[in-house]
Design a protein around this ligand. Sequence first.
Ligand SMILES: Nc1ncnc2c1ncn2[C@@H]1O[C@H](COP(=O)(O)OP(=O)(O)O)[C@@H](O)[C@H]1O
Ligand SMILES: [Mg+2]
Length: 262
Amino acid sequence: MANWRQKPESDKELWSLMAPVAGIVKWVKSRRGLVVGVGILKGGTGKSTSVLYLALYFARVLNLRVAVVDTDDNSQSISRWVATHTALGNNVPFELIVHPTKGADAIPLKKRLKSLKGQYDVVVVDLGGGDKETFIDLCAEARLLLMPSAPSGWETDRIQATLQTAARAAVLNPEGLDVYNFFVKCDFNSTLPEEEREAMAIDLSEEDEDFVPPPFLHPYFDISKAPHHIRSWNVMPRRSELEEWGLLVRHAMKGIIEEDAA
Ligand SMILES: Nc1ncnc2c1ncn2[C@@H]1O[C@H](COP(=O)(O)OP(=O)(O)O)[C@@H](O)[C@H]1O
Ligand SMILES: [Mg+2]
């Protein structure tokens, strides 16, 4: 599998990196809702697309009850995606929750998530552009924060700032927050992911003294730029196209399940 940054050499090593599907389902069912945030304080990095594939994976492959929270007042991509597919007669296997961050109907995201946790197995939150308040609430409530970006300085530029904010907010999180930053839109025929990972490592080592790093999962796994990701706006992804997302979820959940058992 090209997506592994350090390709597992044996099945045994692969298993040591990934949680089994049944283990994830059991873990999720044994608690009040898994909140997965998808956020980076920058637009256009692949958040909404990632939210969609993650939600489809949890709902269609793991058969879990899934809610997607759209906090993006500006673009509302996920809401518009749901409207598009509903009009096409496609079955949307998750519940859409629109979360306005401004205006008369606005409530804090923290409050919204607390009530949704009791009603769904998995709540996937699409964090819009750069609303810091909402992002802080998300980091205080989520168990896992995914930070997708393309392997380019143009997109990773805000990762350090996002991590600093996440780390400060994670202190308020009673369950603990794991942060997983990964590349999307990867062409595995180029060295861009490696180059960018090196550039980021330098960037992240120059943090200021107040920087409290959040618990970091090893970024072993990246997501391809397969064309179905781009077509998914109006073509429902197939089950086989959710596979690489499944591996990412299983990799991210492995550490979380073990941490909780310890
Ligand atoms: N894995 C991917 N492969 C190819 N293109 C992608 C992928 N993820 C996102 N994109 C493209 O990147 C652009 C921005 O994606 P989007 O999910 O809307 O980002 P954000 O929600 O962060 O603004 C879109 O054109 C989308 O089709
Ligand atoms: Mg978006």
